[in-house]
Design a protein around this ligand. Sequence first.
Ligand code: ASP
Length: 442
Amino acid sequence: MLKVVKFGGSSLASGENFAKVKNIINADKSRAVVVVSAPGKRFSGDTKVTDLLYILHAHIKYNAPFDDVFEKVAERYKEIAASCSLKQDIDSELNTIKANLNKKTSVDYIVSRGEYLNAKLMAEYLGFTFVDSADWLIFDYNGKVNFDNSYENLAAIVAKNKKIVVPGFYGSMPDGSVKTFSRGGSDITGAIAAAAIDADMYENWTDVSGIMAVDPRIVANPRPIEKVTFAELRELSYMGAEVLHEETVFPVRSKNIPLYIKNTNDMTAPGTLVMESFDETEAEKKSHFITGISGKKHYSIITIAKNRMNEELGYIRKTLEVFEKLGISIEHIPSSIDSFSIIVASADIEPHLHELITRINEKVAPDSIKIANDISLIAIVGRKLASNIGISGKIFTALGNNDINIRVIEQGADELNIIVGVDDKDYSKTIKVLYNLSEVEE
Ligand code: ASP
């Protein structure tokens, strides 16, 4: 058994957190490859080291004195080193970094130092070997990860060093320069590491007990999702659930490696297990037919009507081409015989509205174009929706009983989710009603 374990910034913010991490690693000998983020916030109002490093870069870029910001970063590491009684010469590491700072230093190099230094400290603390991610995680010139090379590199390293700590968030370009992922990218590093060594599990340790069935800002103390498939997770995150960096899933899914989201502050909490599929008993199939609910506000519905539209071949395609040419991505296209609607994020059409309407008129000459704004889309996601009959009925009855006007209904043929469109003003209420429904139906 071999596990890759990634710890997020809030799990590594202080010496006290480092101790919790060590406990977790020591509790299971198969936790052999450890991926770390930079130190996060220790308390509300604190600043993440990565944010400090972006600020540091801005100071250098605009010729502002940067000693104070650098010192703030340095203090974070010194504090951890002191509280964990580490022996390494952290001052010389910091001096080397400081000596490298000038107007030409890339932002990627600067911000990557957050993970680099934390991995150095964690490696000593655990007694594991430090492996710089610039030495194995390789990007191509187009900025995409070179998976084959990266997998080969890490597999060779792990064959020699059984227990390692690697910094998350960055790798290197073919010319050796440092390149980072977008924010939150240490999740991806962990997934790539797991895929590289064909790990049996990728554990992602964070500060919550897994993914919640619904946004806790809308429903207090919601149920954590114990099991979710990769496909469900994709639906939930696409529709707004903030879980992992969205590129995390691909490397582990392609190698069928289970992903386990766990809480550093509550080791024994069940967390959330993500897999391709689950063997479930009949009783399990009946409980929690909704895996989770997520949603986003601020969509627009553009409804295009033309008498006898159904007789005009290619009418919808021609209309969609207008959106495509303007670079507007489309979410859904509910249709009827002589009209159809196009649902898009309002922010995407706002800059092009005039142009869009003019071009649609020119291209397909509809009888009318109507636009409704302030629409929320809410996704009810569940692999069990397909095997439980009557769920849509229950959903629509519950919404109707609560005076919620459903503006749009969509269900994919794979029955993995049902999307309802409601007015933005009904957003939270709709999510609450749907969540309560899924809890009552146990
Ligand atoms: N430290 C980086 C960030 O704050 C990357 C990460 O934590 O995943 O975005």
